[in-house]
Design a protein around this ligand. Structure first.
Ligand code: GDP
Length: 438
């Protein structure tokens, strides 16, 4: 068994990127299995500069690591070209020796993005990132999508498809008062960008399986974007994304068998956040507390989106939601959890409230229900834990944490029945407490 999976247990932005970045050095391959450029990770490079990643796996900062954009992802060729260029400006090499793009991934085309914009201007708006994700996913399901393989195998068809789709959409764009475009110019520009990716295109399913079955099997780190509550099947439907964000999604999104999965690390953030619409049982609305929890917007760890810059909704830690994520992801006592932003818990004030259960129609439940409208019906049951005021960003040993911080972590372990093996105490690569074997 040689695949380790990292997944978010909440609603995204848990800080998965920094752990993938940290663990990448111990793996031969880092592979993204879901989502598109709507996701965003921020990693801090050893020299202190930060790097925003959207579709490129976080292993790209490690020279000896191969990075795979798997078949389960959704790829906007123009955005990917721009992302690669931005990475290269930080003197990080990106070429076919360290990046592969699955030929079976689906291409997000310009008309998908316009469709997304049109929908967001109308009554069906869902707070989408306007990346065309839902549009390309629905075309994939309708077997009418364009896969990455077209880039090298049939570029003329790709050009025609982009152009004709834009022309067919023209009336809808006009009605939504979107600036007129030259469809052929847009299509040609997209194809040009797509062709810049030609050398990365590979049958990554075959590659990964060969590497996993080699005499010296490769160690693969499967990197999930977004998080459990945004999963299309298991999240708070309809406020979800369009792909699988669970550990099971790693198998379909990379084409690997479940038996290869060794370790599953679920990431939870001590200060849960959410971007966009949908229920948020433990949401904080108090302005003063919110301001403290958002942080200084000029810093890397402020609570605003990496991709959109949108300020995040914030709340108290919600264990019923984490427990449901654990069930479906298999993050049980044999696996492990990573907790980020322990260094922010003091921002709640003298005490941090933790939601330990819900009340639903007069009954106490420990595990959150599975749909948005059901989450609207519950009320949180809180316990309060004392916080601490010491700065813990320099702490590297669990035993050196203030007692209240140790008790806070132990409380979550007890309530979720899973060991917390990694604790983030700051955004930098080294600002982590490692407990156990990692
Ligand atoms: P991801 O999409 O799950 O990787 O999360 P993001 O990268 O969008 O958001 C996490 C943000 O929090 C990034 O700016 C990280 O550098 C930062 N971060 C991650 N872990 C910690 C932590 O333990 N403490 C602090 N202060 N910041 C953290």
């Amino acid at each position: 068994m040689s695949v380790d999976v990292i997944v978010g247990l909440q609603r995204g932005d848990e800080g998965k990127g920094r752990f993938v970045d940290m663990l990448a050095g111990e793996h031969d391959i880092v592979a993204r299995f879901n989502g598109g450029d709507n996701a965003g990770h921020t990693v801090v490079l050893p020299d202190g500069r930060d790097l925003a990643l959207h579709l490129v796996p976080s292993g790209i900062t490690h020279p000896a690591t191969m990075n795979v954009i798997g078949n389960g992802t959704l790829v906007n060729a123009s955005k990917l070209v721009a992302e690669i260029a931005a990475i290269q400006t930080k003197d990080i090499e990106v070429n076919k020796r360290n990046l592969m793009l699955s030929s079976a991934a689906h291409l997000i085309l310009p008309h998908h993005i316009y469709d997304d914009k049109i929908r967001e201007t109308g009554s069906g708006r869902q707070g989408s990132t306007k990346s065309g994700i839902a549009q390309v996913a629905s075309q994939k399901a309708m077997r009418a999508g364009a896969r990455v393989e077209l880039i090298n195998d049939n570029p003329e068809d790709l050009l025609t498809l982009v152009y004709e789709s834009l022309v067919a959409q023209r009336r809808m764009r006009d009605e939504a008062e979107i600036e007129p475009i030259n469809e052929m110019a847009v299509a040609k520009e997209y194809l040009e960008n797509a062709q810049r990716l030609g050398s990365f295109v590979t049958d990554t399913v075959l590659y990964l399986n060969q590497q996993l079955r080699a005499e010296q099997p490769a160690r693969v780190l499967a990197e999930g974007a977004q998080a459990f509550w945004l999963d299309i099947d298991h999240g708070m439907y309809p406020f979800t994304t369009s792909s699988s964000t669970t550990s099971g999604g790693a198998c379909t999104g990379l084409g690997i068998a479940p038996a290869f999965i060794d370790r599953i690390t679920g990431i939870a953030k001590a200060v849960p956040s959410h971007v966009g619409g949908g229920p948020f049982v433990t949401e904080i609305t108090d302005g003063e507390q919110l301001q403290r929890l958002h942080g200084d917007m000029t810093t890397i760890d402020a609570e605003k989106g990496t991709t959109t810059g949108r300020v995040r909704r914030l709340g108290h830690l919600d264990l019923p939601q984490i427990r449901r994520s654990q069930l479906v992801n298999g993050v049980d006592g044999k696996q492990e959890m990573a907790l980020t932003k322990l260094d922010w818990v003091h921002r709640y004030g003298d005490a941090a409230k933790i939601c330990v259960a819900y009340m639903l129609e007069g009954k106490r439940i420990e595990i959150a229900p599975d749909a948005a409208y059901k989450l609207e019906l519950v009320t949180p049951v809180y316990e309060s834990l004392p916080t601490w005021q010491e700065d813990i960003q320099g702490v590297r040993q669990f035993a050196d944490l203030p007692k209240a911080a140790q008790e806070y972590v132990s409380f979550i372990e007890t309530m979720t029945e899973v060991p917390i093996t990694l604790i983030g105490v700051g955004p930098r690569r080294d600002q982590v407490i490692i407990r156990g074997s990692l």
